[in-house]
Ligand binder design. Structure first.
Ligand code: GAP
Length: 453
């Protein structure tokens, strides 16, 4: 079997995502809405597992971080103060030949002449700035006074609520405020499946500190975030840390890293880790006239904290997890003949379904009853799936394709029909090795809980 090219690999992944209910094009039956995606029954589980794991690691397992959940509709003055109304734009160019709207960096250059990447046309407009924010109107009047924006990042509501959260949480520096939520950008060219979307989710942490701690914390958070990705099943050698050069960095940032992953379409950004200095809080203090200072009890000094921001994309990470997990290998079919098996090798921690439970035969009542007992035993602790239809090999294969790490089969030995010593034992199949071990039903919960933690 020759290895698929990266384009073929991506096509297979996109098709699997639709076929097995991970991701669908939004508004598909009306022709689709470009840049928007809907997650299906399996995709939503994967996405939730990722977000829950981030929240666990960033908020619940730390003393120094609290969470919040801000509004999507944002006051225009917030985004004026942050610089988004004036400067959150991409340079855009139109191709007069094929009418494509393009980002300046998408043009190709041949013999020093810029060309349209779609049709090769050279008749291009001048570059103009295109603001990426979605504007809407709040209330009945649709005029200048009613403008609001769909937030382009979750970060700004954290900065704007800094003082309230500081007061209620009674945290001391350094401490962080975390948020997971939707963000919206009217990207000129959404592409690479969900990678560049117009509606997406972010997982952002604003970690406030003293000015002298900024650079050290930038390094600390870069390392923490790399560990996080490794703990979700993305190996270190597929992650790259790019130091963003001075000329590409926001003017207020003293250091920024991009964490990139080797997608089939190239190494691309998963997350930015930026030392944003005191820019955001200072801007909001200036614009609102409200103090956003921190009072240091020890030194009796007041100052505006600095901030280090690890900002990750949920959808990009979900896509990276799927790309990383996708594999094709060989497994025997019902007759023992080898066939290609599609398997998603998710880390059990983020796998959408943790365990599938099968009675060997669906028309043998004692097998079915026992399998349902096992479902009842496991269900309060993890997402399990019961399946009694079709040959057992087919049932395994269906679970392999959505990445279920464990399969429990209830057979005649479970009933003690062949060997009384095997009564109340089941086979536990491992998705990756396809090996089966015999385990006691009474040990199952503890064993699986340990493996999916
Ligand atoms: N608060 C900082 C901030 O928003 P960013 O680099 O613009 O920084 C952070 O975005 C992360 O959000 C990116 O690393 C990426 O994972 C995700 N992201 C940004 N634009 C996106 C888009 N159009 N589609 C999907 N994810 C996106």
């Amino acid at each position: 079997m020759s290895a698929p090219t990266s384009v073929q690999r991506m096509d297979k992944i996109v098709s699997l995502c639709k076929r097995r209910g991970f991701i669908f094009q939004s508004s598909e039956i009306y022709g689709g809405l470009n840049g928007a995606w809907d997650y299906g029954p399996i995709g939503v589980e994967l996405k939730r597992n990722l977000k829950n794991y981030w929240w666990r690691v960033i908020v619940h397992e730390r003393e120094d971080v609290v969470g919040m959940d801000g509004a999507i509709l944002t006051h225009p003055e917030v985004l004026t103060a942050s610089g988004h109304v004036e400067g959150f734009s991409d340079p855009m160019i139109d191709c007069r030949s094929c009418k494509a709207h393009l980002r300046l960096d998408q043009l190709i250059e041949k013999k020093g002449i810029k060309q349209c990447p779609n049709c090769g046309g050279k008749d291009l407009t001048e570059a103009r700035q295109f603001n990426l924010m979605f504007e809407t109107h709040v209330g009945a009047a649709a005029d200048e006074s009613s403008i609001a924006y769909l937030r382009p990042e979750t970060a700004q509501s954290i900065f704007v609520q800094f003082k309230n959260i500081l007061e209620v949480s009674r945290k001391k520096l350094p401490f962080g405020i975390a948020q997971i939520g939707k963000a919206f950008r009217n990207e000129i060219n959404p592409r690479n499946f969900t990678f560049r979307s117009r509606e997406f989710e972010q997982m952002e942490l604003e970690y406030f500190c003293r000015p002298e701690q900024g650079m050290e914390l930038l390094e600390y958070w870069k390392e923490e975030r790399l560990k996080f990705y490794e703990n979700t099943g993305i190996p270190r050698d597929k992650l790259h840390v790019k130091t963003v050069p001075d000329e590409e960095r926001a003017f207020y940032s003293k250091g920024t890293y991009d964490i990139e992953y080797d997608f089939p379409f190239g190494a691309q950004e998963l997350e930015g880790v930026a030392y944003r200095t005191d820019y955001d809080l200072s801007q909001h203090q200036k614009a609102s006239g409200k103090s956003l200072e921190y009072f240091d009890e020890e030194t009796k000094q007041k100052f505006i904290p600095h901030v280090v921001e690890p900002s990750a994309g949920v959808d990009r990470t979900v896509l990276a997890l799927i790309c990383e997990a996708y594999a094709e290998d060989e497994a025997p079919d019902e007759k023992g003949k080898m066939e290609t098996r599609i398997v998603l090798r998710f880390h059990p921690r983020i796998a959408p379904i943790k365990c599938a439970v099968f009675p060997l035969l669906k028309n043998k009542e004692p097998l079915v009853a026992k399998a349902k007992e096992i479902v009842d035993l496991l269900r309060p602790h993890m997402y399990v799936f019961y399946d009694e239809s079709g040959a057992i090999g087919r049932r395994y294969r269906r679970q392999d394709e959505i990445g279920t790490p464990f399969g429990v089969t209830v057979d005649f030995e479970t009933l003690g029909e062949k060997d009384p010593a095997l009564r109340d034992t089941v086979t536990l199949r491992d998705r990756d090795s396809m090996k089966q071990e015999r385990v006691r039903i009474s040990d199952l919960l503890q064993l699986l809980s340990m493996r999916i933690a």
